[in-house]
Design a binder for this molecule. Structure first.
Ligand SMILES: [Zn+2]
Ligand SMILES: [Zn+2]
Length: 60
């Protein structure tokens, strides 16, 4: 699979919950579980945008 952000070919891809791109692990800044079901993933680009980062931090 190809990462949408850095174009690296990797085996494991995760989707950023904010920009909806499929990303490799090195492009993911942080991730957490919501209510033990949903996984919230934020990429490095979205982490750089303060409103999105704040939103991520508020997710429980
Ligand atoms: Zn990547
Ligand atoms: Zn993103």
């Amino acid at each position: 699979m190809i990462c949408d952000r850095c174009s690296a070919q990797v085996y494991l891809i995760e989707k950023c919950n904010y920009c909806e791109r499929s990303l490799c692990l090195s492009c993911i800044k942080s991730a957490k579980r919501q209510k033990k079901i949903r996984r919230i993933v934020i990429c490095k680009d979205c982490w750089g945008k303060l409103p999105i980062r704040t939103k991520f931090k508020r997710e429980k």
